[in-house]
Design a protein. Structure first.
Length: 48
């Protein structure tokens, strides 16, 4: 879960959030999660 303070306003908050989302989506675990969903199997997450 990512919690971002809204004190900067929505545009600044979105700009701060995008690099974090890119790192999350590039992780091996998110790729494993997507593959396991498509293949109807339990995911084997490794914390990467």
């Amino acid at each position: 879960m990512v919690i971002v303070s809204g004190e900067q306003g929505p545009e600044a908050t979105a700009q701060d959030l995008m690099p974090r989302l890119r790192r999350i989506h590039a992780s091996e675990d998110i790729q494993e999660g997507l593959r396991s969903f498509i293949e109807w199997r339990e995911a084997r997450f490794q914390g990467k």
